[in-house]
Design a protein around this ligand. Structure first.
Ligand SMILES: Nc1ncnc2c1ncn2[C@@H]1O[C@H](COP(=O)(O)OP(=O)(O)OP(=O)(O)O)[C@@H](O)[C@H]1O
Ligand SMILES: [Mg+2]
Length: 293
């Protein structure tokens, strides 16, 4: 090797080390050495490993009772994953863990392949792009449908906070599109408190979607809905598939049948079975936990 080539090589190593040092403060690992040097960019979840959510060997006990027991589960980007299971199986607790409401005693919970969710608090996890819909609708009852969606947009971390917030044309378009998506285009100026239960649920889902979550967790979204509202919610969820990653917990098997690809059955805090709804429904162990209780 000539001295010139050695000199060039040394310069390249130096430049690379400087680049890695500059990168270190920006990575999720906070400068700790990583197996692969990939920058974590704002608003970007690294799904190059094909998983947007990854739980491994997660455990939670409440006063000695194991609510989550060695739970492992993962979800692909754009997937609409349905979670079923008997009462007390740990479905809501699992969502509590993902969203930082409950801290597990042990285990791993990753958002993409680089974001260790156990290092973040509940509001930070929401900011990272994980939206959550609790069972009870929580909309601003005194505000109109439009104002509720507008407020959700204001809460979007990418929009600068301002008292004189005015929608620009692309935001107005987005809001108008959302009104159609959630079947409330005819109710723009209605007070949210006067909507039906189902319409309130759609409005809240719309508010979450205005913040463009990468992963949306929905706990029993069709509970208390009429059959027609349930059907329209199924249409809504199918239209979201591919654009967002969704985890939907439901007891309504007709609804699950309409929207599901892969269904995960939780029982006693662990995955009991996984597959199409037909597959899990014909699984002896699943039949046993549903009929045996
Ligand atoms: N904060 C808590 N303190 C004590 N026990 C809890 C707590 N949260 C959940 N549990 C218990 O953990 C178990 C799992 O509850 P979880 O609410 O996750 O079940 P679920 O699958 O969502 O049930 P359901 O279908 O009825 O909503 C239950 O036995 C519940 O009583
Ligand atoms: Mg629950």
């Amino acid at each position: 090797m000539t001295p010139e080539l050695m000199e060039q090589g040394a310069q390249r190593v130096e430049a690379r080390n400087a680049a890695l040092a500059a990168m270190a403060g920006n990575t999720e690992s906070g400068g700790r050495s990583a197996g692969f040097g990939r920058l974590k960019l704002d608003n970007e979840v690294d799904v190059t490993h094909g998983r947007i959510l990854y739980l491994e060997s997660v455990n939670v006990s409440f006063d000695g009772f194991k609510a989550i027991n060695n739970l492992s589960l993962d979800i692909a980007p754009g997937e609409l994953r349905c979670i079923i299971g008997p009462n007390g199986a740990g479905k809501t607790t699992m969502m509590d863990i993902i969203t930082g409401k409950t801290r597990p005693d042990s285990g791993t919970v990753f958002f993409g392949s680089t974001i260790d969710l156990l290092r973040y608090k509940e509001p930070e996890i929401a900011q990272l792009g994980i939206g959550r819909k609790f069972q009870k609708p929580t909309v601003f009852e005194n505000l109109s449908v439009f104002e509720n969606l507008e407020l959700a947009l204001k809460m979007d971390k990418r929009v600068p906070a301002s008292m004189r917030f005015k929608l620009d044309s692309s935001q107005s378009d987005r809001l108008a599109e959302m009104l159609h998506t959630i079947h409330l285009a005819d109710s723009v100026s209605r007070q949210a408190g006067n909507l039906s239960h189902g319409q309130k649920q759609w409005l809240e889902i719309g508010m979450l979607l205005m913040q463009d979550p990468k992963l949306l967790l929905l706990d029993e979204p069709v509970a208390g809905m009429t059959d027609e509202e349930t059907e329209r919610t199924a249409e809504l969820f199918l239209s979201l598939k591919g654009k967002h990653s969704l985890m939907v917990v439901e007891h309504d098997m007709g609804f699950i049948n309409t929207i599901s690809d892969i269904v995960t059955v939780l029982c006693d805090g662990s995955v009991l079975a996984q597959g199409t709804l037909a597959q899990v429904q014909s699984d002896e162990r699943v039949i046993e936990v549903y009929l045996g209780r």
